[in-house]
Design a protein around this ligand. Sequence first.
Ligand code: TPP
Ligand code: SF4
Ligand code: MG
Length: 317
Amino acid sequence: MFGIKSDWSLEVKDRYFTLDDYCGVEPRWCTGCGDLGILTAMHKVCREAQLLPEKIVSVSGIGCSSRLPHYMGTYGFHGLHGRALPVACGIKSRRPDLDVWVATGDGDCFSIGAAHWVHALRYNMDITIIVFDNGIYGLTKKQTSPTTPEEYLTNTHPGGSLLPPLNPLTVTLGVTNVSFVAQMVDWNPPLLYETLKAAHDHKGTSFVRIIQRCPVYMEQRSLDLQNDPADLLLLKHDDGIPVPDTVQKMFKNQLEHNPYDLGAAFTVAANTEKIPLGLLYRNPNARRYDEMTRRGLNMTDEERLKGLNEALDKFAV
Ligand SMILES: Cc1ncc(C[n+]2csc(CCOP(=O)(O)OP(=O)(O)O)c2C)c(N)n1
Ligand code: SF4
Ligand SMILES: [Mg+2]
């Protein structure tokens, strides 16, 4: 018999989940694409936390990066261009028991999906947003995105991109009720893993911008950063992203940064000379909209009907 389902608990046998349990079909990304490393880090976070695969849902828009749900052995939703976040928020509001991950690109999130980006940050539902920022529209073959470097030659700007790139960190930090903002590169697996783990552990919306390699349409940007890490700035703090000792040695520039200090986060984010890596900001006390939308979800059918009738009675004349 069909009706409103209010009990979502599944009987699950105790078992150890391996990486394979979180893998979907073979990825079709290009060789050397940074998306592969991000996917691997996600699989590891799921394995380390022993998340139940049937309790995970990955949501995406459209783009190379948005193919991610196919590569997770979990539930997934490959949506419409720019619309990953409203779908993710909808899922979280009805199914707060699910682990909701969002995979979105710089075009998907910062361009066509920009309005959703702002509002999802303010809602601060308990979801993990990973932006795969390769600075270009990859899937549609090299068009200018909001984070394309100025003067970079693209198919939409053959004479070079005309404007300075958008700074996703300062925009994100400027949204009311934002609660977790981090940045990482895809080519540092230990730090990438720690960043995604911290983002997943955070209760609220975690926003992680990953500077991602696209060797096909944006090769030089990441090659420059890989060859000369002098442009990178490692953020350190006891409540930040844990940095393994061996990794710390790779960074010439390091800064002790308090992630609870929004003003300091802005200063670090706005510095275009040194690209910060690590946790810029966290606010564990920001209000969560999913805690409000979950109210009443476990009501019985009778209680729902009673509540509906009471609400409708208010309009009786
Ligand atoms: C409504 C709509 N507009 C445009 C497109 C074409 N389109 C598909 S993917 C894409 C850009 C993807 O770029 P990005 O989000 O940066 O992802 P990437 O491929 O770089 O990972 C565009 C413009 C579309 N599919 N739907
Ligand atoms: S075009 Fe770029 S972003 Fe897309 S799969 Fe290939 S390397 Fe990755
Ligand atoms: Mg892109």
